[in-house]
Write a new protein. Structure first.
Length: 328
């Protein structure tokens, strides 16, 4: 069985490619640049394919001859809050990949969405796949366009019967974070660059568990369904404390009230617009950090056989990988 993966150099894409190769699948990984392809180790069953998901013809060529597609590529930018590039990549790019999958008559198409496309809840009553979305209150283009792409995939499955599944990862932690992405939090805590914590929180998951769930979804799960790939619901204080314990530093002690968090974000937004730079925190990002984005992954555990590795293990692997590759 041959699998076409987009976003192969990303945190989830690279770990998924490794999981599939470990299971004996052939993998054709999409890269935009040769420098990205050099990051992954050579493997006799791993084929590198170069192109961009915004090019419909290239996607047809990339998917041709493959039995399944894992579409993990996305523009995850948060600045500016809205941009035509988010639409081009996240919406139109997803349409190109899935139409190529339809033309190739794949047995399974897996679209990697985000938990942000579903509704979050509280720790006591976390959001699930049926919770109405709440992302519109933030006005963030990444969330909006990922939801639009998700709807395209679900429509193709429900109305036309295509074998597409949607997975919705929460905040992933683990090795092979080349960019780095989520691992920046681990680096910041390790280097003592986190002065405090906002009042909100989120759901965290080991990236290896998410990769396992995706690999399982090639033969498990139901087309037309969403599956939250998550694990532990933690406040930022709880998560920063776990990270600090693993890396051997003191955790941030200062709780930052919502008004101060939002004020800091507003300064970032103003500075970004005045000086044309990307702020570390914008006002809209600050608003997100003041809420608890909590989810349950019971459905994915039951139907996709997703493991639930302790987050401490994920942090440890992430930290050790950064040390080995001189990110610290």
């Amino acid at each position: 069985m041959k699998i076409f993966i987009t976003g192969t150099s990303g945190l989830l894409g690279s770990n998924t490619a490794k999981e599939l190769l470990k299971r004996g699948y052939e993998v054709r990984g999409l890269f935009r640049h040769a420098s990205e392809a050099e990051l992954l180790e050579q493997h006799p069953k791993f084929e590198k394919f170069f192109g961009d998901i915004t090019d419909a013809q290239i996607m047809i060529e990339g998917v041709a001859g493959c039995d399944a597609v894992v579409h993990a590529a996305a523009d995850t930018g948060l600045w500016p809050a809205r941009s035509p590039e988010y639409v081009a990549t996240n919406v139109n790019g997803t349409r190109n990949v899935m139409e190529a999958a339809i033309q190739a008559k794949v047995k399974r198409g897996i679209f990697v969405s985000t938990a942000n496309s579903l509704g979050f809840g509280t720790k006591e009553k976390p959001g699930d796949e049926n919770t109405p979305p709440k992302f519109e209150q933030y006005g963030i283009g990444y969330m909006e366009t990922k939801y639009q792409a998700q709807q395209l995939v679900l429509e193709a499955a429900h109305e036309f019967g295509y074998p597409f599944i949607v997975v919705n990862p929460t905040f992933m932690i683990g090795p092979n974070d080349f960019k780095p992405s989520s691992g920046r939090m681990v680096i910041a805590v390790a280097q003592g660059k986190v002065p405090g914590y906002p009042v909100g929180g989120k759901n965290y998951v080991y990236v290896g568990d998410a990769a396992t769930a995706i690999a399982n979804a090639l033969t498990m799960g139901r087309p037309g369904q969403c599956y939250i790939l998550g694990n532990e619901n933690l406040s930022y204080q709880e998560m920063f404390t776990k990270v600090a314990k693993v890396v051997g530093v003191k955790p941030p002690r200062l709780g930052i009230p919502p008004f101060a968090t939002k004020a800091f974000g507003m300064l970032g937004t103003i500075g970004g617009k005045l000086f044309g730079i990307t702020p570390k925190v914008s006002y809209k990002m600050a608003r997100v950090s003041c809420d608890g984005h909590y989810f349950t992954a019971k459905k994915a555990v039951k139907e996709l056989g997703m493991p639930q590795t302790p987050i401490e293990n994920a942090i440890q692997e992430c930290y050790e990988w950064f040390k080995q590759h001189n990110y610290l």
